[in-house]
Design a binder for this molecule. Structure first.
Ligand code: FES
Length: 108
């Protein structure tokens, strides 16, 4: 199973295994990773699943679709590597993916 490491703003790491058909958001929810609320359930309609993709991974993922690009603008502290984790699909190619959680979502 692909592994994903979530890193909170204070450096706390959460290394989880994800099903190959899951989104990064679903992997976080399944493993009780803090900071991923996912109010809309994964429909790119809330931005409460905002993460920063590690720069080493940013260019390896499929580009965001228009709905994601529009919604990400509603998130706090948007950066060039910002993504909605519900729109990032876990595959065998994402094994080892590293994402960081915005301070605004983890209470740091
Ligand atoms: S869960 Fe709502 S935008 Fe990702």
């Amino acid at each position: 199973m692909p592994k994903i490491t979530f890193i909170e703003d204070d450096g706390t790491e959460h290394a989880v295994e994800a099903g190959a058909d899951a989104s990064v958001m679903q992997a976080a929810m399944d493993n009780l990773v803090p900071g991923i609320v996912a109010e809309c359930g994964g429909y790119a309609n809330c931005a409460t699943c905002h993460v920063y993709i590690d720069p080493a991974w940013a260019d390896k993922l499929p580009a965001p679709e228009e709905a994601e690009e529009v919604m990400i603008e509603a998130a706090f502290d948007v950066r060039p590597t910002s993504r909605l984790s519900c729109q990032v699909q876990v595959t065998e190619d994402t094994d080892g993916l590293i994402v960081r959680l915005p301070a605004s979502q983890t209470g740091a």
